[in-house]
Design a protein around this ligand. Structure first.
Ligand code: PRX
Length: 652
């Protein structure tokens, strides 16, 4: 039986899209009894098709699947044009800049801005259907226009988070063979300008597939302009027509790529296609956030991550909602900033990451009480497990014990939520993602047998039937797609999608995510492959070997712990300088988000006789746990005690 349960607020449930567990169960049953019929009905109801689809699901070439084949649509049309008749003067985007500057962009404004942007890309830059366009932008409305302009003309966008370094940007540009980069001169952070264009310049030195760079002049700081390559958006856009037909796209034409970390090698270009992605983005907006016509919804993510794609831009706009875009830092000028914004904009749904909740809690426990938060109805979390104290504060102080907390579990690869409470139906349990959404066959399986595990048992979080918004491929690497996602678990002899996460059933089918089972760590809700950080550290001349693991961190969820073995035997002359030098390389290769929280210069690494690094031991040492593993089979068992002593000392 479930303990510590919070029932949905009955006042809220009355008007909710899904009002009760009976309704939830009915939808689950419908999907179970007639999976294709379930999805076909929603696809017909929700999408404004240019041409109806012929088949619902084609699994003949699994794990490469096709949804709604034969259908034609356009995502920009779905997100903008179809709302013009009924919502042209409704706010589509409410923008709040770092310095408090505001803009309200109606659906009609959005229509013209996106059409002009699309014409610019076509006419001035020669962008065509299928071309890849990298977007390296701050959180300004032009980032959304750029995404939607690409969607309108059928170009495939690949957004690179603005915190990534020039090297990380270069890798992503090259992998996608992008011919255009859209960026800004810079933006503002804590009221001070910061620059993006110089990072783009550095990423484009030497051989590059990029022919043109479009620069949105946001902070008007001095930047370098390369003649024939760099163009000002602010200038070019002036002469563009506000009319641009939406390209008819096949259901399975790619919509975007988004690079994310895996346990091995370089980041993977996760590919999402058109119809299935937009359908689920829209449906989950309606179900999970329960956004009503007059609501104002705010997700604090950055458009550089999947949450920003699905739940700042595509999901809200597809359903015709009002979405808030925020350029600033939520703890600036103080930890009351988000609550002040909730009061001012009368926000109804607020969606953020556990890291942000922990920081806001720590820095401003009493701040929510200073503001009128009565407009709030649904609070969301995403990106990492949320710990019960942060959950409780969020529920009681921010939600005033009347808002549902939707702990949404999903990934870049799933496109949208897969396990989440429904705010009007699901009894919630602190720090628990609860139940699979209707239509998503998510099961915790035993990796050995492929059987579903029992209540109270843990296993691998899998999705055992294809779903419309699932990843369609890893850009340019079919094998990696199969191996990364369909290589580990088989059910009834058939490979099924494995998320990479462990999970446990906690009673009545409730799912709690326990974290990654692979070498991926989750730093402030950002996915980081330990292999990527290791590759960066190895670029330091004096590094012989390195192993990186995650370590629990009170604010970030996980921090990065590096064990570095230097080439020189003499030890380190100046540890602080050496740590700085290594962190500078990480900053250059990946960006500040991958800086190490702890680093020790170890005399060696614990390895088996065949040379495999025993990461489990390193993880235990990083956590300060006693070593329970058998170390007698190690090449040099004495190394463990030496590293343990150093680690204890580094934290003492
Ligand atoms: O480990 C899970 C964790 O974040 C991973 C996905 O990261 P990313 O692709 O960057 O997407 C983040 C935003 C969707 C997952 O494999 N994760 C995500 N949501 C939760 C979570 N862990 C626990 N609870 C969640 N609600």
């Amino acid at each position: 039986m479930l303990k510590d349960i919070y029932q949905p607020n009955p006042e809220f449930a009355k008007d909710a899209t899904i009002k009760s567990m009976d309704e939830y169960n009915e939808l689950v049953k419908k999907a179970t009894d007639d999976y294709e019929g379930f999805w076909a009905d929603y696809a017909n109801e929700k999408i404004d098709w240019f041409k109806p689809f012929d088949t619902v699901l084609d699994e003949s070439n699994a794990p490469f699947v096709k949804w709604f084949d034969g259908g034609q649509l356009n995502v920009a049309h779905q997100c903008i044009d179809r709302h013009i008749e009924t919502r042209k003067n409704k706010a589509a985007i409410i923008f709040e800049g770092d310095r408090g500057d505001k803009q309200v962009i109606t659906y009609l404004d959005l229509y013209y801005n996106v059409n002009k942007f699309a014409n610019l890309l076509k006419e001035d830059f020669g962008v065509k259907k299928g071309d890849r366009v990298v977007i390296y932008m701050p959180m300004i409305p032009e980032a959304a226009y750029a995404m939607l302009a690409c969607a309108r003309i059928g170009a495939i966008h690949s957004i690179v988070f603005g915190g990534f370094s020039s090297e990380a940007l270069r890798d992503r540009i090259e992998d996608a063979e992008a011919k255009v980069v859209i960026t800004a001169d810079g933006a503002y952070r804590k009221t001070k300008p910061y620059m993006l264009k110089p990072v783009v310049d550095a990423a484009l030195t030497g051989d590059t597939p990029v022919k043109k760079v479009l620069v949105v002049e946001r902070n008007n700081e001095e930047v370098t302009w390369v003649a024939g390559r760099d163009y000002s958006y602010n200038e070019l856009i002036k002469s563009k027509s506000g009319k641009c037909d939406a390209e008819p796209m096949e259901s399975e034409d790619p919509l975007f790529l988004l690079y994310t970390s895996g346990s091995t090698g370089k980041p993977k270009g996760v590919q999402h296609n058109t119809a299935g992605y937009i359908l689920w983005a829209q449906m989950t907006m309606e179900w999970v956030f329960d956004v009503k016509e007059n609501d104002t919804y705010w997700c604090t993510a950055d458009v550089g991550w999947i949450t920003g794609h699905t739940y700042i831009v595509y999901g809200p706009l597809a359903m015709g909602a009002t979405t808030v875009m925020f350029e600033g830092v939520i703890t600036f000028p103080d930890a009351g900033r988000p609550w002040k914004m909730v009061e001012e904009h009368k926000i109804n749904q607020f969606y953020t990451a556990p890291t942000a909740i922990r920081v806001l809690h720590k820095m401003g426990e009493d701040e929510p009480a200073k503001y009128d938060l009565s407009s709030l109805k649904v609070l969301g979390t995403v990106g990492e497990p949320i710990d019960p104290p942060a959950w409780k504060w969020y529920y009681e102080e921010v939600g005033q014990s009347k808002c549902a907390i939707v702990d949404t579990y999903w990934q870049t690869e799933t496109g949208g939520h897969v396990v989440s409470p429904l705010p009007g139906a699901t009894p919630i349990k602190p720090a628990c993602a609860t139940l699979p959404l209707p239509g998503i066959i998510a099961e915790i399986l035993d990796p050995e047998t492929g059987e579903k595990v029992g209540e109270g048992e843990s296993g691998y979080m899998c999705i055992t039937r294809p779903w419309p918004s699932q990843i369609r491929g890893v850009w340019g690497d079919e094998e990696r797609y199969k191996k990364s996602y369909f290589g580990d678990v088989k059910k009834d002899g058939k490979p099924v999608y494995f998320t990479g996460d462990g999970a446990v059933y906690g009673g009545d089918g409730y799912i709690t995510i326990t974290g990654r089972t692979d070498d991926v760590i989750n730093v402030s809700g950002h996915r980081m492959g330990t292999a990527e950080v290791e590759a960066a550290i190895k670029k330091h001349d004096n590094v012989a070997e390195v192993a990186v693991v995650g370590k629990p961190h009170s604010l970030k969820g996980e921090g990065i712990f590096a064990y570095v073995v230097l080439k020189s035997d003499e030890g380190v002359a100046d540890e602080i300088e050496e740590v700085k030098a290594i962190n500078n390389i990480i900053k250059k290769e990946i960006g500040n988000i991958a800086l190490c929280d702890d680093m020790i210069f170890a005399p060696g690494l614990p390895k088996t006789r065949s040379g495999k690094i025993m990461r489990r031991i390193l993880r235990s040492i990083a956590k300060g746990e006693a070593i329970t593993q058998d170390i007698s089979t190690l090449e040099d068992p004495s190394i463990v005690a030496k590293i343990e002593a150093m680690a204890n000392c580094s934290t003492c």
